[in-house]
Every structure is written in C-alpha cells, then in structure tokens.
Design a protein around this ligand. Structure first.
Ligand code: GLP
Length: 242
C-alpha cells in the first residue's frame, strides 16, 4: 500500500523528497539514486541542489541510474536523456559524471544494452531510492501499457500518446524518436524505496489508477502497489481522482 502525501505544490514535494534523499546520502555516502527525467522531478532536483550547496553534503560517492533513454538520437542531442540528466542533475548537484549511468540508446550495441544495464545496476548493489514520474497513460519510465511486471531493461516502442506528450521537447511530434530503452517494471520494483511524484489535473487519472486501480499490466503505474515501500507525493489536482 503506497503512502500518499498531498502537498501544496511541486516545490513542497521537491523539499520533502530532497530531505529524504539528503538523509539517505548522510547515512549511505555511496547511495544509488534512480533518476527520472521529464518535467515532474525538476523541482526535486532544484531543492536537492540547494540543500547540497547549503550544507556542504559530500556527494562525491553518490551513484545514479537513469530510468530510460531514447534510441537513435545523435550523441549530444539536447533532448537525449543523457543530456537532460547531465544538465538537470549531474551538474547542478555536483555529482561525479563517471558514477551516473544512462541506458545506451545508440544503435551500436543496442542488442546487449539492456542486459549490460541490468548488470551495472546489480554490480552497484541495486537502487536505494527510485524517483518516478508517471505518464498520462500510466507509464513508468517508458513502460507503456502491456509491459510485464517482471520486465527488465529492454528496447520498447513508444505509444503515439507518449510521443505526442513529449513532442513539446522537440521541434515536432515527428522528431520524437519511435523507440526507447527503459528499465523494466521488474527493475523498478527491485529498488528499495520508490518516490512517485505527480502534479496537475492531467495526471489525476494516472495517479488514481496507480494508487487505487486494479493491479494490471494495462496500467503500468499500478505496479507500485506491489512494492512494500512507495511514497506518492502529489498536489491536490493530481490527487483529485483518489
Ligand atoms: C516521460 C518519461 C517518464 C516520465 C513521464 C512523465 O516520457 N520517460 O520517466 O515520468 O514521461 O513526464 P513529465 O514529468 O514531463 O510529465
């Protein structure tokens, strides 16, 4: 059963989540963070950067694994999740880039990129806290409806809905890649703590389905109900379907 906390706004959610991550890093200096992209976790990353700077917290040993990546974008493309994680997380938090991993979305070696990523997560001892947003269709990472709860990191095809949702980051919907590589729902469920963030009315249905809906692969978000330690931080609008 997820613990649901309704907060005033994104900044309040960011503060709460950042406090729990700071506490984790204090007790486990080489903590492994599961990093999400999208607009949802940005307030959290901002809050975390401020707390690290103001307390002088040593983050030199912190490790991180991103949830997902587009397949086939040119190296250095500003909207590749490698670039986003560098820009929004690694640089502002002052993390060691060598310790931050993003699935390999280049076509070269794509056939073993999923298995390689699973091995790297296992070698790091697993993810301590996984930050999650949720898609309007309930997707976690890029696990679209129909994804198995046992799935591991693999290449997937994005749905039209997700490509349209993400078109705002590109010049047009046609420029959004068709394929991605994403941690599986099984990978996500192995993390020791899940923090799911969602804001705004557009996420209300996905949040209700994830927290209270039937546990079903047609709603990937509902996988969180199988996890023993999930915290859901939402504003009133995103909680309105609960
Ligand atoms: C993206 C990402 C997800 C993210 C979701 C929501 O496509 N792959 O990890 O949680 O969609 O995005 P946003 O936070 O911008 O609403």
């Amino acid at each position: 059963m997820a613990e649901v906390v309704v907060v005033e706004d994104q900044d309040a959610a960011g503060e709460l989540a950042a406090d729990s991550i700071v506490a984790l890093i204090r007790s486990v200096p080489d903590a492994v963070l599961g990093l999400a992209t999208g607009s949802t976790p940005l307030a959290l990353y901002r809050a975390l950067a401020t707390k690290i700077a103001s307390t002088g917290l040593d983050v030199s040993r912190v490790r991180g694994f991103a949830l997902d990546e587009y397949v086939g974008l040119p190296a250095g493309h500003p909207e590749s999740y490698r670039s986003v994680i560098t820009r929004e997380v690694v640089e502002p938090l002052g993390l060691d880039p060598e310790r931050i991993h993003v699935p390999n979305g280049s076509l070269e070696g794509i056939e073993h990129a999923g298995a390689d990523y699973e091995k790297a997560i296992a070698a790091a001892g697993g993810v301590d806290v996984q930050i999650l947003g949720i898609g309007t269709d309930g997707h976690l990472g890029f696990n679209e409806p129909g994804s198995s709860f046992a799935s591991l990191t693999r290449v997937k095809t994005l749905t039209e809905q997700t490509r349209n949702d993400n078109a705002r980051f590109f010049d047009s919907a046609d420029d959004v890649p068709v394929h991605c590589i994403t941690q599986g729902l099984g990978t996500i469920l192995r993390a020791r703590h899940l923090i799911l963030l969602a804001f705004g009315e557009g996420k209300a249905e996905a949040v209700a389905g994830a927290v209270e809906g039937p546990v079903s692969t047609s709603n990937p978000g509902s996988a969180i109900q199988l996890h023993p330690h999930t915290t859901v931080l939402v504003d009133a609008a995103a909680a309105s379907g609960l």
